[in-house]
Design a protein around this ligand. Structure first.
Ligand SMILES: Cc1cc2nc3c(=O)[nH]c(=O)nc-3n(C[C@H](O)[C@H](O)[C@H](O)COP(=O)(O)OP(=O)(O)OC[C@H]3O[C@@H](n4cnc5c(N)ncnc54)[C@H](O)[C@@H]3O)c2cc1C
Length: 541
Protein backbone atom coordinates (compact mmCIF):
# COMPACT_ATOMS: atom_id res chain seq x y z
CA UNK A 1 0.00 0.00 0.00
CA UNK A 2 1.41 3.46 -0.81
CA UNK A 3 2.35 5.61 2.15
CA UNK A 4 1.05 8.76 0.53
CA UNK A 5 -1.23 9.90 -2.30
CA UNK A 6 1.74 11.74 -3.71
CA UNK A 7 3.42 8.40 -4.33
CA UNK A 8 0.67 7.68 -6.83
CA UNK A 9 1.82 10.83 -8.65
CA UNK A 10 5.55 10.23 -8.22
CA UNK A 11 7.84 11.18 -11.07
CA UNK A 12 11.32 9.79 -11.75
CA UNK A 13 14.23 11.99 -10.65
CA UNK A 14 14.53 14.91 -13.04
CA UNK A 15 17.86 14.73 -14.84
CA UNK A 16 19.10 16.67 -17.81
CA UNK A 17 20.64 14.57 -20.58
CA UNK A 18 24.40 14.21 -20.83
CA UNK A 19 25.73 17.01 -22.95
CA UNK A 20 22.86 19.39 -22.14
CA UNK A 21 25.15 22.43 -21.58
CA UNK A 22 26.86 21.88 -24.95
CA UNK A 23 23.49 21.48 -26.68
CA UNK A 24 22.25 24.67 -25.04
CA UNK A 25 25.37 26.41 -26.30
CA UNK A 26 24.74 25.17 -29.86
CA UNK A 27 21.12 26.37 -29.83
CA UNK A 28 22.14 29.77 -28.44
CA UNK A 29 24.79 30.15 -31.15
CA UNK A 30 22.15 29.31 -33.77
CA UNK A 31 19.65 31.76 -32.26
CA UNK A 32 22.25 34.52 -32.23
CA UNK A 33 22.49 34.20 -36.03
CA UNK A 34 18.72 34.45 -36.61
CA UNK A 35 16.82 37.69 -37.00
CA UNK A 36 13.62 37.82 -34.92
CA UNK A 37 12.00 39.90 -32.21
CA UNK A 38 11.59 37.81 -29.02
CA UNK A 39 7.91 37.54 -28.12
CA UNK A 40 5.90 35.84 -25.42
CA UNK A 41 3.78 32.86 -26.49
CA UNK A 42 5.60 32.65 -29.82
CA UNK A 43 4.99 28.90 -29.97
CA UNK A 44 1.20 28.99 -29.98
CA UNK A 45 0.43 32.21 -31.77
CA UNK A 46 0.14 33.82 -35.18
CA UNK A 47 3.04 36.20 -34.38
CA UNK A 48 5.33 33.21 -33.96
CA UNK A 49 4.62 31.85 -37.47
CA UNK A 50 7.86 32.03 -39.47
CA UNK A 51 8.47 29.33 -42.11
CA UNK A 52 12.02 30.69 -42.81
CA UNK A 53 12.93 30.33 -39.12
CA UNK A 54 11.43 26.82 -39.02
CA UNK A 55 13.40 25.82 -42.12
CA UNK A 56 16.65 27.13 -40.60
CA UNK A 57 15.93 25.12 -37.44
CA UNK A 58 15.14 22.05 -39.55
CA UNK A 59 18.48 22.40 -41.33
CA UNK A 60 20.14 21.97 -37.91
CA UNK A 61 18.19 18.73 -37.33
CA UNK A 62 16.11 20.26 -34.53
CA UNK A 63 12.66 19.47 -35.92
CA UNK A 64 11.57 15.86 -35.52
CA UNK A 65 14.84 15.38 -33.68
CA UNK A 66 13.60 12.26 -31.83
CA UNK A 67 12.24 10.58 -34.96
CA UNK A 68 14.18 7.76 -36.62
CA UNK A 69 16.69 8.86 -39.23
CA UNK A 70 14.94 6.89 -41.96
CA UNK A 71 12.00 9.30 -41.63
CA UNK A 72 14.17 12.41 -41.71
CA UNK A 73 14.57 12.64 -37.93
CA UNK A 74 17.81 12.88 -35.98
CA UNK A 75 17.35 9.83 -33.72
CA UNK A 76 18.01 11.92 -30.59
CA UNK A 77 16.44 11.42 -27.17
CA UNK A 78 13.25 13.06 -25.89
CA UNK A 79 15.38 14.80 -23.27
CA UNK A 80 17.63 16.34 -25.93
CA UNK A 81 14.48 17.65 -27.58
CA UNK A 82 13.35 19.00 -24.21
CA UNK A 83 16.57 21.01 -23.89
CA UNK A 84 16.29 22.44 -27.42
CA UNK A 85 12.63 23.30 -26.83
CA UNK A 86 13.43 25.12 -23.59
CA UNK A 87 16.08 27.19 -25.33
CA UNK A 88 13.72 28.20 -28.16
CA UNK A 89 10.92 29.12 -25.76
CA UNK A 90 13.18 31.08 -23.42
CA UNK A 91 14.44 33.08 -26.39
CA UNK A 92 10.87 33.83 -27.53
CA UNK A 93 11.78 32.42 -30.96
CA UNK A 94 9.13 32.18 -33.72
CA UNK A 95 8.50 28.44 -33.68
CA UNK A 96 4.77 28.12 -34.29
CA UNK A 97 4.94 27.13 -37.99
CA UNK A 98 6.40 23.71 -37.17
CA UNK A 99 5.10 23.38 -33.60
CA UNK A 100 2.08 21.12 -34.11
CA UNK A 101 3.87 18.81 -36.56
CA UNK A 102 6.92 18.48 -34.33
CA UNK A 103 5.14 18.14 -31.00
CA UNK A 104 2.13 16.02 -31.76
CA UNK A 105 1.28 15.07 -35.34
CA UNK A 106 4.71 13.57 -36.04
CA UNK A 107 4.68 11.45 -32.85
CA UNK A 108 1.07 10.42 -33.61
CA UNK A 109 2.13 9.26 -37.09
CA UNK A 110 5.02 7.29 -35.62
CA UNK A 111 2.71 5.62 -33.15
CA UNK A 112 -0.46 5.10 -35.17
CA UNK A 113 0.34 5.89 -38.82
CA UNK A 114 0.95 3.50 -41.70
CA UNK A 115 4.40 3.05 -43.20
CA UNK A 116 3.24 4.90 -46.30
CA UNK A 117 2.02 7.86 -44.22
CA UNK A 118 5.27 8.02 -42.26
CA UNK A 119 7.35 8.02 -45.42
CA UNK A 120 5.18 10.66 -47.01
CA UNK A 121 4.75 13.09 -44.13
CA UNK A 122 7.58 12.80 -41.60
CA UNK A 123 10.52 13.82 -43.82
CA UNK A 124 8.56 16.83 -45.13
CA UNK A 125 7.66 17.80 -41.56
CA UNK A 126 11.27 17.45 -40.43
CA UNK A 127 12.32 19.78 -43.28
CA UNK A 128 9.59 22.23 -42.18
CA UNK A 129 7.99 22.02 -45.61
CA UNK A 130 4.53 21.03 -44.39
CA UNK A 131 2.73 22.61 -41.48
CA UNK A 132 -0.10 20.97 -39.56
CA UNK A 133 -3.07 22.24 -37.56
CA UNK A 134 -5.31 20.62 -34.94
CA UNK A 135 -8.91 19.89 -35.94
CA UNK A 136 -10.47 18.81 -32.67
CA UNK A 137 -12.80 21.54 -31.31
CA UNK A 138 -16.17 22.52 -32.76
CA UNK A 139 -18.75 25.17 -31.91
CA UNK A 140 -20.63 22.69 -29.71
CA UNK A 141 -17.65 20.58 -28.59
CA UNK A 142 -14.97 22.12 -26.42
CA UNK A 143 -14.09 20.36 -23.18
CA UNK A 144 -16.52 17.58 -24.10
CA UNK A 145 -14.58 16.56 -27.16
CA UNK A 146 -16.32 13.20 -27.53
CA UNK A 147 -19.45 15.10 -28.58
CA UNK A 148 -17.95 16.18 -31.95
CA UNK A 149 -20.59 16.37 -34.67
CA UNK A 150 -18.32 16.24 -37.73
CA UNK A 151 -19.10 12.98 -39.55
CA UNK A 152 -17.36 10.83 -42.13
CA UNK A 153 -19.37 8.43 -44.28
CA UNK A 154 -17.89 5.52 -46.15
CA UNK A 155 -17.76 6.00 -49.92
CA UNK A 156 -15.89 4.23 -52.68
CA UNK A 157 -12.15 4.40 -51.90
CA UNK A 158 -12.46 6.56 -48.82
CA UNK A 159 -14.68 8.81 -46.72
CA UNK A 160 -16.89 11.84 -47.30
CA UNK A 161 -16.60 14.34 -44.45
CA UNK A 162 -19.23 16.84 -43.37
CA UNK A 163 -18.93 19.27 -40.47
CA UNK A 164 -17.29 22.42 -39.11
CA UNK A 165 -14.21 22.70 -36.92
CA UNK A 166 -13.65 25.79 -34.81
CA UNK A 167 -10.73 27.59 -33.13
CA UNK A 168 -8.40 25.85 -35.59
CA UNK A 169 -5.11 27.71 -35.08
CA UNK A 170 -3.14 28.36 -38.28
CA UNK A 171 -5.55 26.52 -40.63
CA UNK A 172 -5.28 29.45 -43.08
CA UNK A 173 -1.53 28.94 -43.45
CA UNK A 174 -1.07 25.22 -42.67
CA UNK A 175 -1.06 22.45 -45.27
CA UNK A 176 -2.95 19.70 -43.43
CA UNK A 177 -4.98 19.25 -40.29
CA UNK A 178 -5.90 16.16 -38.32
CA UNK A 179 -9.67 16.01 -37.93
CA UNK A 180 -11.45 14.14 -35.17
CA UNK A 181 -14.82 12.96 -36.45
CA UNK A 182 -17.54 10.39 -36.00
CA UNK A 183 -17.45 7.38 -38.29
CA UNK A 184 -20.27 5.55 -36.53
CA UNK A 185 -23.18 6.88 -34.45
CA UNK A 186 -22.67 7.29 -30.70
CA UNK A 187 -23.74 4.21 -28.77
CA UNK A 188 -23.50 3.23 -25.11
CA UNK A 189 -19.79 4.04 -25.16
CA UNK A 190 -19.69 7.59 -26.49
CA UNK A 191 -15.91 7.33 -26.90
CA UNK A 192 -16.30 4.57 -29.49
CA UNK A 193 -16.85 5.31 -33.18
CA UNK A 194 -14.50 8.31 -33.37
CA UNK A 195 -11.76 8.43 -35.99
CA UNK A 196 -8.85 10.71 -36.90
CA UNK A 197 -8.37 11.74 -40.53
CA UNK A 198 -5.47 13.60 -42.10
CA UNK A 199 -7.10 16.23 -44.29
CA UNK A 200 -5.39 18.33 -46.96
CA UNK A 201 -6.49 21.89 -46.25
CA UNK A 202 -6.58 22.57 -50.00
CA UNK A 203 -9.09 19.79 -50.71
CA UNK A 204 -12.23 20.70 -52.70
CA UNK A 205 -15.09 21.37 -50.25
CA UNK A 206 -12.95 23.09 -47.59
CA UNK A 207 -13.69 26.71 -46.77
CA UNK A 208 -12.04 28.73 -44.04
CA UNK A 209 -13.46 31.71 -42.17
CA UNK A 210 -11.00 33.76 -40.13
CA UNK A 211 -11.68 34.24 -36.43
CA UNK A 212 -9.70 37.08 -34.91
CA UNK A 213 -8.50 37.07 -31.31
CA UNK A 214 -9.89 39.85 -29.13
CA UNK A 215 -6.92 42.05 -30.05
CA UNK A 216 -7.50 41.66 -33.77
CA UNK A 217 -4.88 39.05 -34.65
CA UNK A 218 -5.97 36.43 -37.19
CA UNK A 219 -4.95 33.20 -35.50
CA UNK A 220 -8.00 30.99 -35.44
CA UNK A 221 -10.33 29.75 -38.13
CA UNK A 222 -13.63 28.11 -38.56
CA UNK A 223 -13.01 25.35 -41.10
CA UNK A 224 -16.04 24.00 -42.92
CA UNK A 225 -15.79 20.56 -44.51
CA UNK A 226 -18.54 20.32 -47.09
CA UNK A 227 -18.55 16.78 -48.50
CA UNK A 228 -14.74 16.64 -48.48
CA UNK A 229 -13.39 13.37 -49.90
CA UNK A 230 -10.62 11.80 -47.80
CA UNK A 231 -8.99 8.68 -49.27
CA UNK A 232 -8.60 5.54 -47.14
CA UNK A 233 -4.86 6.11 -47.01
CA UNK A 234 -5.41 9.27 -44.95
CA UNK A 235 -7.07 7.54 -41.98
CA UNK A 236 -4.74 8.02 -39.01
CA UNK A 237 -4.66 4.83 -36.94
CA UNK A 238 -7.70 2.63 -36.71
CA UNK A 239 -11.24 3.48 -37.73
CA UNK A 240 -13.24 3.90 -34.51
CA UNK A 241 -10.16 4.11 -32.26
CA UNK A 242 -9.75 7.89 -32.50
CA UNK A 243 -10.56 8.61 -28.87
CA UNK A 244 -7.63 6.63 -27.45
CA UNK A 245 -5.33 8.23 -30.01
CA UNK A 246 -6.51 11.74 -29.14
CA UNK A 247 -5.98 11.10 -25.43
CA UNK A 248 -2.37 10.03 -26.18
CA UNK A 249 -1.93 13.13 -28.37
CA UNK A 250 -3.26 15.41 -25.64
CA UNK A 251 -0.74 13.95 -23.18
CA UNK A 252 2.03 15.08 -25.56
CA UNK A 253 0.29 18.41 -25.97
CA UNK A 254 0.14 19.03 -22.22
CA UNK A 255 3.47 17.81 -21.00
CA UNK A 256 6.05 20.14 -22.53
CA UNK A 257 8.02 23.13 -21.23
CA UNK A 258 5.76 25.43 -23.28
CA UNK A 259 3.28 25.16 -20.40
CA UNK A 260 5.74 26.95 -18.12
CA UNK A 261 7.80 29.21 -20.37
CA UNK A 262 5.26 31.09 -22.53
CA UNK A 263 5.96 34.34 -20.66
CA UNK A 264 9.66 33.81 -19.96
CA UNK A 265 10.70 36.65 -22.36
CA UNK A 266 8.69 39.00 -20.12
CA UNK A 267 10.32 37.63 -16.97
CA UNK A 268 13.75 38.12 -18.56
CA UNK A 269 12.85 41.71 -19.51
CA UNK A 270 11.61 42.35 -15.95
CA UNK A 271 14.91 41.04 -14.54
CA UNK A 272 16.87 43.14 -17.05
CA UNK A 273 14.98 46.28 -16.01
CA UNK A 274 15.63 45.61 -12.30
CA UNK A 275 18.78 46.52 -10.38
CA UNK A 276 20.35 44.82 -7.37
CA UNK A 277 19.52 47.86 -5.18
CA UNK A 278 15.97 48.13 -6.48
CA UNK A 279 12.82 48.57 -4.40
CA UNK A 280 12.11 45.49 -2.22
CA UNK A 281 8.74 45.08 -3.94
CA UNK A 282 10.56 44.61 -7.25
CA UNK A 283 13.19 42.25 -5.86
CA UNK A 284 10.70 40.15 -3.89
CA UNK A 285 8.51 39.70 -6.96
CA UNK A 286 11.50 38.81 -9.12
CA UNK A 287 13.01 36.37 -6.61
CA UNK A 288 9.68 34.65 -6.02
CA UNK A 289 9.14 34.14 -9.76
CA UNK A 290 12.66 32.85 -10.35
CA UNK A 291 12.37 30.39 -7.46
CA UNK A 292 8.98 29.20 -8.65
CA UNK A 293 10.33 28.74 -12.16
CA UNK A 294 13.15 26.53 -10.85
CA UNK A 295 10.73 24.18 -9.09
CA UNK A 296 8.35 24.09 -12.05
CA UNK A 297 11.14 23.31 -14.50
CA UNK A 298 12.12 20.43 -12.27
CA UNK A 299 8.57 19.07 -12.30
CA UNK A 300 8.26 19.54 -16.05
CA UNK A 301 11.59 17.79 -16.64
CA UNK A 302 10.37 14.97 -14.38
CA UNK A 303 7.38 14.48 -16.70
CA UNK A 304 9.75 14.43 -19.69
CA UNK A 305 11.91 11.81 -17.93
CA UNK A 306 8.81 9.67 -17.27
CA UNK A 307 7.88 9.88 -20.96
CA UNK A 308 11.47 9.01 -21.86
CA UNK A 309 11.20 5.87 -19.70
CA UNK A 310 8.13 4.82 -21.70
CA UNK A 311 5.66 5.65 -18.92
CA UNK A 312 2.36 7.49 -19.52
CA UNK A 313 2.34 10.37 -17.02
CA UNK A 314 -1.00 11.82 -18.20
CA UNK A 315 -2.11 12.77 -14.69
CA UNK A 316 1.22 14.34 -13.75
CA UNK A 317 1.23 16.24 -17.06
CA UNK A 318 -2.24 17.60 -16.23
CA UNK A 319 -1.04 18.70 -12.78
CA UNK A 320 2.12 20.35 -14.14
CA UNK A 321 0.14 22.12 -16.86
CA UNK A 322 -2.19 23.55 -14.21
CA UNK A 323 0.75 24.78 -12.11
CA UNK A 324 2.76 25.96 -15.10
CA UNK A 325 0.02 27.95 -16.82
CA UNK A 326 -0.85 29.65 -13.51
CA UNK A 327 2.81 30.66 -13.28
CA UNK A 328 2.79 32.01 -16.84
CA UNK A 329 -0.13 34.25 -15.94
CA UNK A 330 1.40 35.25 -12.58
CA UNK A 331 4.58 36.44 -14.34
CA UNK A 332 2.40 39.01 -16.08
CA UNK A 333 0.55 40.00 -12.92
CA UNK A 334 3.70 40.26 -10.78
CA UNK A 335 5.65 42.25 -13.38
CA UNK A 336 2.66 44.58 -13.85
CA UNK A 337 2.25 45.18 -10.12
CA UNK A 338 5.98 45.72 -9.45
CA UNK A 339 6.76 47.77 -12.57
CA UNK A 340 5.88 51.21 -11.09
CA UNK A 341 8.52 50.67 -8.37
CA UNK A 342 11.44 50.05 -10.74
CA UNK A 343 14.20 52.57 -9.99
CA UNK A 344 14.94 52.87 -13.67
CA UNK A 345 11.44 54.13 -14.41
CA UNK A 346 9.96 53.40 -17.82
CA UNK A 347 11.37 50.59 -19.93
CA UNK A 348 9.96 50.38 -23.45
CA UNK A 349 10.91 46.74 -24.00
CA UNK A 350 9.31 45.65 -20.72
CA UNK A 351 6.13 47.62 -21.43
CA UNK A 352 5.80 46.15 -24.91
CA UNK A 353 6.21 42.57 -23.68
CA UNK A 354 3.89 43.21 -20.76
CA UNK A 355 1.11 44.47 -23.02
CA UNK A 356 1.57 41.61 -25.45
CA UNK A 357 1.77 38.91 -22.77
CA UNK A 358 -1.29 40.22 -20.98
CA UNK A 359 -3.36 39.79 -24.12
CA UNK A 360 -2.18 36.16 -24.38
CA UNK A 361 -3.08 35.18 -20.83
CA UNK A 362 -6.72 34.11 -21.34
CA UNK A 363 -5.57 31.31 -23.64
CA UNK A 364 -3.01 29.79 -21.26
CA UNK A 365 -5.55 28.08 -19.01
CA UNK A 366 -7.96 27.12 -21.80
CA UNK A 367 -5.98 25.60 -24.68
CA UNK A 368 -4.96 21.95 -24.53
CA UNK A 369 -7.54 21.23 -21.81
CA UNK A 370 -8.90 23.83 -19.41
CA UNK A 371 -7.70 24.12 -15.83
CA UNK A 372 -11.00 22.73 -14.58
CA UNK A 373 -10.79 19.65 -16.80
CA UNK A 374 -7.18 19.09 -15.73
CA UNK A 375 -8.13 19.31 -12.05
CA UNK A 376 -10.83 16.72 -12.58
CA UNK A 377 -8.26 14.38 -14.17
CA UNK A 378 -5.90 14.82 -11.21
CA UNK A 379 -8.69 14.40 -8.66
CA UNK A 380 -9.89 11.17 -10.26
CA UNK A 381 -6.46 9.65 -9.65
CA UNK A 382 -6.22 11.05 -6.12
CA UNK A 383 -9.55 9.82 -4.87
CA UNK A 384 -8.83 6.29 -6.06
CA UNK A 385 -5.30 6.10 -4.56
CA UNK A 386 -4.72 3.52 -1.82
CA UNK A 387 -4.06 5.33 1.47
CA UNK A 388 -3.31 4.61 5.12
CA UNK A 389 -6.00 5.35 7.73
CA UNK A 390 -6.29 8.49 9.87
CA UNK A 391 -4.72 6.86 12.95
CA UNK A 392 -1.63 5.85 11.04
CA UNK A 393 -1.33 9.29 9.46
CA UNK A 394 -1.83 10.97 12.83
CA UNK A 395 1.12 9.01 14.20
CA UNK A 396 3.56 10.32 11.59
CA UNK A 397 6.43 12.24 13.17
CA UNK A 398 7.57 15.12 11.00
CA UNK A 399 10.46 17.19 12.33
CA UNK A 400 13.04 19.39 10.61
CA UNK A 401 16.38 17.68 10.24
CA UNK A 402 19.13 20.05 11.40
CA UNK A 403 18.93 23.78 12.05
CA UNK A 404 19.08 25.05 8.48
CA UNK A 405 16.51 26.32 5.97
CA UNK A 406 16.66 23.15 3.88
CA UNK A 407 15.64 21.06 6.88
CA UNK A 408 12.64 23.38 7.40
CA UNK A 409 11.76 23.15 3.72
CA UNK A 410 11.91 19.34 3.75
CA UNK A 411 9.75 19.20 6.86
CA UNK A 412 7.19 21.49 5.18
CA UNK A 413 7.09 19.23 2.12
CA UNK A 414 6.61 16.14 4.32
CA UNK A 415 3.93 17.68 6.52
CA UNK A 416 2.13 18.96 3.43
CA UNK A 417 1.92 15.37 2.15
CA UNK A 418 0.29 14.26 5.39
CA UNK A 419 -2.22 17.13 5.16
CA UNK A 420 -3.12 16.01 1.64
CA UNK A 421 -3.55 12.40 2.75
CA UNK A 422 -5.69 13.41 5.73
CA UNK A 423 -7.84 15.58 3.47
CA UNK A 424 -8.27 12.73 1.00
CA UNK A 425 -9.23 10.22 3.66
CA UNK A 426 -11.69 12.72 5.10
CA UNK A 427 -13.22 13.56 1.72
CA UNK A 428 -13.66 9.88 0.94
CA UNK A 429 -15.29 8.94 4.23
CA UNK A 430 -17.27 11.99 5.31
CA UNK A 431 -20.73 12.10 3.72
CA UNK A 432 -22.96 15.11 3.16
CA UNK A 433 -26.08 15.32 1.00
CA UNK A 434 -26.06 11.51 0.94
CA UNK A 435 -22.68 11.03 -0.69
CA UNK A 436 -18.97 11.28 0.13
CA UNK A 437 -17.51 14.78 -0.11
CA UNK A 438 -15.04 13.46 -2.69
CA UNK A 439 -17.92 13.10 -5.15
CA UNK A 440 -18.48 16.88 -5.29
CA UNK A 441 -16.56 18.63 -8.03
CA UNK A 442 -15.72 21.67 -5.89
CA UNK A 443 -14.12 19.36 -3.32
CA UNK A 444 -12.28 17.41 -6.03
CA UNK A 445 -10.81 20.60 -7.41
CA UNK A 446 -9.65 21.73 -3.94
CA UNK A 447 -7.93 18.34 -3.59
CA UNK A 448 -6.26 18.69 -6.98
CA UNK A 449 -4.99 22.19 -6.13
CA UNK A 450 -3.73 20.93 -2.77
CA UNK A 451 -1.91 18.07 -4.53
CA UNK A 452 -0.36 20.64 -6.87
CA UNK A 453 1.08 22.57 -3.92
CA UNK A 454 2.40 19.35 -2.42
CA UNK A 455 4.09 18.20 -5.64
CA UNK A 456 5.51 21.69 -6.12
CA UNK A 457 6.96 21.72 -2.58
CA UNK A 458 8.51 18.29 -3.13
CA UNK A 459 10.15 19.43 -6.35
CA UNK A 460 11.44 22.62 -4.69
CA UNK A 461 13.41 20.81 -1.99
CA UNK A 462 15.64 19.39 -4.74
CA UNK A 463 16.52 22.88 -6.03
CA UNK A 464 18.85 24.10 -3.27
CA UNK A 465 18.05 25.75 0.07
CA UNK A 466 17.10 29.16 -1.27
CA UNK A 467 14.54 27.97 -3.83
CA UNK A 468 13.40 25.30 -1.37
CA UNK A 469 12.69 27.79 1.42
CA UNK A 470 10.94 30.31 -0.84
CA UNK A 471 8.70 27.76 -2.55
CA UNK A 472 7.85 25.57 0.43
CA UNK A 473 7.11 28.56 2.67
CA UNK A 474 4.83 29.98 -0.03
CA UNK A 475 3.12 26.60 -0.52
CA UNK A 476 2.69 26.02 3.24
CA UNK A 477 0.09 28.78 3.63
CA UNK A 478 -2.06 27.38 0.83
CA UNK A 479 -1.69 23.81 2.10
CA UNK A 480 -2.93 24.88 5.53
CA UNK A 481 -5.79 26.89 4.08
CA UNK A 482 -7.02 24.11 1.80
CA UNK A 483 -6.44 21.39 4.40
CA UNK A 484 -8.68 23.17 6.89
CA UNK A 485 -11.27 24.14 4.30
CA UNK A 486 -11.63 20.53 3.19
CA UNK A 487 -11.99 19.23 6.75
CA UNK A 488 -14.72 21.60 7.86
CA UNK A 489 -15.23 22.20 11.59
CA UNK A 490 -13.70 18.93 12.75
CA UNK A 491 -10.27 19.92 11.41
CA UNK A 492 -10.39 23.14 13.48
CA UNK A 493 -10.88 21.16 16.69
CA UNK A 494 -8.07 19.79 18.81
CA UNK A 495 -9.74 16.38 18.61
CA UNK A 496 -8.62 15.89 15.02
CA UNK A 497 -4.91 15.35 14.16
CA UNK A 498 -4.87 17.90 11.31
CA UNK A 499 -3.52 20.71 13.52
CA UNK A 500 -0.50 18.59 14.47
CA UNK A 501 0.68 19.24 10.91
CA UNK A 502 -0.86 22.60 10.02
CA UNK A 503 0.40 24.53 13.05
CA UNK A 504 4.02 23.45 12.48
CA UNK A 505 3.58 24.38 8.79
CA UNK A 506 2.72 27.91 9.87
CA UNK A 507 5.73 27.99 12.19
CA UNK A 508 8.30 26.50 9.80
CA UNK A 509 7.39 28.82 6.94
CA UNK A 510 8.42 31.81 9.10
CA UNK A 511 11.42 30.30 10.91
CA UNK A 512 14.80 31.37 9.48
CA UNK A 513 13.07 33.91 7.23
CA UNK A 514 9.77 34.15 5.39
CA UNK A 515 9.46 33.47 1.68
CA UNK A 516 9.43 37.23 1.11
CA UNK A 517 12.77 37.81 2.84
CA UNK A 518 14.44 35.00 0.94
CA UNK A 519 12.85 36.07 -2.35
CA UNK A 520 14.11 39.66 -1.96
CA UNK A 521 17.68 38.38 -1.53
CA UNK A 522 17.40 36.05 -4.53
CA UNK A 523 15.79 38.84 -6.56
CA UNK A 524 18.74 41.10 -5.79
CA UNK A 525 21.07 38.56 -7.36
CA UNK A 526 18.79 37.83 -10.30
CA UNK A 527 18.39 41.49 -11.29
CA UNK A 528 20.14 42.25 -14.56
CA UNK A 529 20.39 40.92 -18.10
CA UNK A 530 20.87 37.42 -19.51
CA UNK A 531 18.58 35.79 -16.95
CA UNK A 532 18.19 32.56 -18.90
CA UNK A 533 21.94 32.14 -19.39
CA UNK A 534 22.41 32.54 -15.64
CA UNK A 535 19.67 30.01 -14.85
CA UNK A 536 20.78 27.43 -17.44
CA UNK A 537 24.51 27.55 -18.03
CA UNK A 538 25.68 26.51 -21.47
CA UNK A 539 29.00 25.06 -22.57
CA UNK A 540 30.74 24.92 -25.93
CA UNK A 541 30.36 21.76 -28.02
C1 LIG B 1 -5.41 29.95 -27.54
C2 LIG B 1 -6.24 28.76 -27.94
C3 LIG B 1 -5.86 27.99 -29.02
C4 LIG B 1 -6.65 26.90 -29.42
N1 LIG B 1 -6.28 26.18 -30.52
C5 LIG B 1 -7.05 25.15 -30.93
C6 LIG B 1 -6.71 24.42 -32.11
O1 LIG B 1 -5.73 24.74 -32.80
N2 LIG B 1 -7.50 23.38 -32.48
C7 LIG B 1 -8.59 23.01 -31.75
O2 LIG B 1 -9.23 22.02 -32.11
N3 LIG B 1 -8.96 23.71 -30.64
C8 LIG B 1 -8.22 24.77 -30.23
N4 LIG B 1 -8.59 25.49 -29.11
C9 LIG B 1 -9.84 25.17 -28.42
C10 LIG B 1 -9.61 24.53 -27.07
O3 LIG B 1 -9.28 23.19 -27.21
C11 LIG B 1 -10.89 24.75 -26.25
O4 LIG B 1 -10.95 26.14 -25.95
C12 LIG B 1 -10.93 23.97 -24.96
O5 LIG B 1 -11.01 22.59 -25.20
C13 LIG B 1 -12.14 24.39 -24.09
O6 LIG B 1 -13.32 24.35 -24.82
P1 LIG B 1 -14.26 25.65 -24.89
O7 LIG B 1 -13.41 26.81 -25.20
O8 LIG B 1 -15.37 25.34 -25.80
O9 LIG B 1 -14.80 25.85 -23.41
P2 LIG B 1 -15.97 25.03 -22.68
O10 LIG B 1 -15.72 23.58 -22.75
O11 LIG B 1 -17.28 25.53 -23.13
O12 LIG B 1 -15.72 25.50 -21.17
C14 LIG B 1 -16.05 26.82 -20.69
C15 LIG B 1 -15.72 26.84 -19.20
O13 LIG B 1 -16.47 25.82 -18.53
C16 LIG B 1 -15.61 24.92 -17.86
N5 LIG B 1 -16.11 23.56 -17.95
C17 LIG B 1 -16.52 22.88 -19.05
N6 LIG B 1 -16.88 21.64 -18.74
C18 LIG B 1 -16.68 21.50 -17.41
C19 LIG B 1 -16.84 20.43 -16.49
N7 LIG B 1 -17.28 19.23 -16.85
N8 LIG B 1 -16.51 20.66 -15.20
C20 LIG B 1 -16.04 21.86 -14.80
N9 LIG B 1 -15.88 22.90 -15.62
C21 LIG B 1 -16.19 22.73 -16.91
C22 LIG B 1 -14.27 25.04 -18.58
O14 LIG B 1 -13.19 24.64 -17.77
C23 LIG B 1 -14.24 26.52 -18.92
O15 LIG B 1 -13.80 27.23 -17.80
C24 LIG B 1 -7.83 26.58 -28.70
C25 LIG B 1 -8.19 27.37 -27.60
C26 LIG B 1 -7.43 28.44 -27.23
C27 LIG B 1 -7.90 29.29 -26.07
Amino acid sequence: MPESAVQALALPPAREPDGAPALRGDVRAFLAEQVFVPRCDAWGSAWGWSPPFSRALAARGWIGMTWPRRYGGAGRSALDRYVVTEELLAAGAPVSAHWVADRQTGPALLRFGTEEQRERFLPAMARAEWAFAIGMSEAGSGSDLASVATRAERVDGGWRVEGTKKWTGGAHVADFFVVLCRTSPPGEDRHAGLTQLIVDLRSPGISTRPIRLMHGVHQWNEVRLDGVFVPDGMILGEVGAGWGQVVAELANERSGPERVLSTFPLLAAFAAAAEAEDDPRVLTALGALVARLAALRRLSLGVACALDEGRSPEVQAALVKDLGTAFERDVVEAARAARPFLRRGSDARLDELLAQAQLSTPGFTLRGGTTEILRSIVARQLVSAALPGVDELAGRAVEPSGDGPLGRAMAIAEAAEVVLDLALVHARTREQFGRPLARFQAVQHHLAVLAGHVMFARAAVDCGEEVAKICTSAAAGEVVRLGHQLHGAVGYSDEHPLHRFTRPLWAWRDELGTEGEWAARLGGRMAGGELWARLSPAGGS
